[in-house]
Design a binder for this molecule. Structure first.
Ligand code: ZN
Length: 328
């Protein structure tokens, strides 16, 4: 059933790309855990076709709001930076609606300052806020061009974003913008103020729990337990998110009140881990069978991050996926 579904989706991507861009979709010569072939809208499948720029591997994580990448991709981020990768975060909106007391202008200002601190704690290459209005993002031509310019300027090997079935309209618009830019990143006369990427990035989707039209496929899985402390240290930088707005939104303000003056770092981290690592525990259970199939000799992790390869970027080779996941 699953394989049939994959075959159908792949054929759709081939057709769509052929009509829209004239590009010939390519298949990776190798594939992930199940030796499956990834269909992609973007050539090439071979590194000989276009060489990547020299220097460290670069990963760009593009979320809708100034906490999405932090929460969902934090374990991978810590691991990649510890291995010498350059990681850049982006929030397409300014996050201004996400506070119950501050004015939107105050919230936007605070969010910008907090993301600078979060970038320091993660060790990011940078944390950009593109500034579109929170709760009002649409996949317009202007936004597509801005996202593409930012991607081209950083020249990432990998881009990670939301799926277009995620719950928040801004998340869906962000995923759409990245998907729409995917093929165009390599078209020289489009948006020619920034040089087109000869070797387009592999695009992946960060995890979400949604099941319509289907659940996320865990093409890349990662045991993130070793990175949780450093991850919580970085979340802790965004006070207005993790100690104000999100507890208010979720009705857990009494737990924050119990932290008192919040001078105890260990208590703060325990609180953050309790609430925010729960998603990673959920994914460890949800994708336990996939993990066992991929790594039969390794114990299943308690905390997992999972990512799905998008058909709108370059098809990853086995080497690409190994590069991203690393050894452990
Ligand atoms: Zn969000």
């Amino acid at each position: 059933m699953d394989m049939n579904r994959r075959g159908f989706l792949g054929a759709g991507a081939v057709l769509a790309a052929g009509i829209a861009g004239g590009a010939r979709p390519v298949q990776a010569e190798t594939a992930g855990r199940a030796k499956r072939a990834f269909v992609a809208a973007c050539p090439p499948s071979s590194r000989e076709y276009a060489s990547r720029r020299p220097g460290p591997t670069r990963v760009m994580m593009i979320g809708a709001h100034p906490d999405d990448t932090d929460i969902t991709c934090g374990g991978l981020t810590v691991k990649l930076i510890s291995r010498g990768f350059q990681v850049r975060f982006a929030s397409v909106t300014d996050g201004r609606m996400g506070h119950q007391k501050f004015t939107p202008e105050e919230t936007a200002r605070v969010r910008r300052a907090e993301t600078i601190e979060a970038a320091k704690r993660f060790g990011l290459d940078g944390y950009d806020i593109y500034g579109y209005p929170d709760c009002g993002l649409y996949p317009t031509d202007e936004a597509r061009r801005l996202v593409a310019r930012k991607i081209r300027a950083f020249e990432p090997d990998f881009v990670i974003t939301h799926r277009t079935c995620d719950y928040h309209a801004d998340h869906r618009a962000t995923g759409q913008l990245v998907m729409d830019a995917g093929y165009l990143l390599g078209v020289p006369h489009w948006c020619d103020e920034v040089k087109a990427q000869r070797l387009r990035p592999v695009i992946l989707y960060m995890t979400d729990p949604f099941t319509y039209p289907r659940e996320l496929r865990p093409d890349v899985m990662l045991d993130v337990e070793p990175y949780l402390d450093k991850w919580c240290d970085a979340l802790d930088a965004q006070v207005s998110q993790f100690y104000d707005w999100l507890p208010w939104d979720k009705g857990t303000e009494s737990e924050v009140a119990a932290l008192g003056d919040r001078t105890d770092l260990a208590k703060r981290n325990a609180y953050l881990r309790k609430y925010w690592a729960a998603k990673k525990q959920r994914d460890a259970k949800r994708f336990a069978d996939a993990w066992r199939a991929e790594y039969p000799d390794r114990p299943a992790p308690k905390y997992m991050e999972a990512y799905e390869v998008s058909e709108y970027g370059r098809a990853p080779t086995e080497a690409d996926l190994k590069l991203l996941v690393g050894g452990a």
